[in-house]
Design a protein. Structure first.
Length: 333
């Protein structure tokens, strides 16, 4: 989850930087190419990023973040972004990356502590240290933001489908396997529907008319969307075990991933909705609570039935939202 938080922050940083650069500019193309190579290296070494490849991961990741700062500095030179805001969170980025690289040379326990601290400092830069300056940072291209963050959600949903296939790999086809795969796919589709059927459009429209769009975009998309992404990733882990174990009960950790991941995803959507509209998604919070209750009550249930139970909750939520159109009306003011 720490690595996910770091990768997410790099993605989010480039969404913001790309918002102030023309895609045809040479600096933009060079920055994207260079950062793509560096983040690809990060991806290759993630499995060993807390051990033998810690330094390679840290140096490559720090390179991505420094390329982002250079891209922003270029945007400031062209008058497209505020230099005072960039300098403020730039100090937080540099401090975080120094801790990240330093920690990679130390033992596992110290490494973990320094990397958590590095991520916390990097996240805190625009959140608290330079928050007031962010209002004048740049204009927000609403469609650009909505599209880029929606793409990340789609990537994670695609990976959850891959997880289903990995879990089913090598197993003989049986009634339980077919049932588990069907329920798992239905759940993934429902998770997609909850975000893209109406929520994504409503969030985009609310950001477009928001009185404080820069801070709303930072909170609603850069920070709170991490809850959605983490929820989908954790849920995918639970799906992989559920499809693999089939008739055996899942371990507590696997069940918590299955139900807890969905609960985190729904809570994240409720949080984004509240930040952008001031309205509380009680039905999502209720469904999240029911999913956690299901985790507590299903310790002896066969794995394939766990997928059916999880699917039932999110499908019922989709049915409710389709029926209750008033759900999508933002709160007054």
């Amino acid at each position: 989850m720490l690595i996910l938080a770091l990768v997410w922050w790099a993605w989010s940083a480039f969404v913001w930087a790309a918002n102030v650069q023309h895609p045809g500019f040479a600096t933009m193309r060079a920055a994207l190419l260079g950062s793509s190579v560096l983040i690809f290296i990060c991806g290759l070494v993630i499995p060993h990023s807390f051990s033998s490849d810690a330094t390679l991961f840290a140096v490559s990741y720090a390179g991505v973040r420094l390329v982002h700062l250079a891209l922003y500095a270029d945007a400031s030179r062209k008058g497209n972004a505020s230099w005072s805001a960039i300098a403020g969170f730039g100090l937080a980025v540099i401090a975080g990356m120094v801790l990240l690289v330093t920690g990679s040379f130390l033992g596992p326990s110290t490494l973990a502590v320094l990397w958590v601290l590095a991520a916390a400092i990097d996240y805190a830069g625009p959140a608290w240290l330079t928050r007031e300056r962010l209002r004048g940072l740049q204009e927000v291209a609403v469609a650009h933001f909505a599209e880029r963050y929606g793409l990340f959600i789609l990537i994670c949903l695609g990976e959850s489908i891959v997880a289903i296939g990995i879990g089913a790999g090598g197993k003989p086809v049986s009634t339980e396997l077919v049932a588990a795969v069907v329920f798992a796919l239905v759940t993934v589709i429902a998770v997609w529907w909850i975000y893209f059927a109406r929520f994504a459009d409503i969030a985009q429209e609310q950001l477009r008319v928001h009185k404080d769009p820069v801070l709303a975009a930072a909170d609603g998309y850069s920070y709170l969307h991490l809850l959605l992404v983490a929820g989908i990733v954790i849920f995918a882990v639970g799906l992989r075990f559920a499809v693999h174990d089939l008739t055996d009960p899942l371990s507590d950790a696997a069940r918590l991933a299955l139900y807890g991941g969905l609960a985190l995803y729904l809570s994240g959507i409720a949080a984004v909705r509240w930040r952008l509209t001031g309205d509380v998604g009680y039905e999502k919070l209720l469904t999240a609570a029911l999913l956690i209750a299901a985790f507590a009550l299903t310790s002896d249930v066969a794995a394939w039935l766990e997928t059916a139970i999880a699917s039932a909750f999110v499908v019922l939520l989709c049915v409710y939202e389709s029926w209750n159109e008033r759900f999508w009306r933002p709160a007054a003011g």
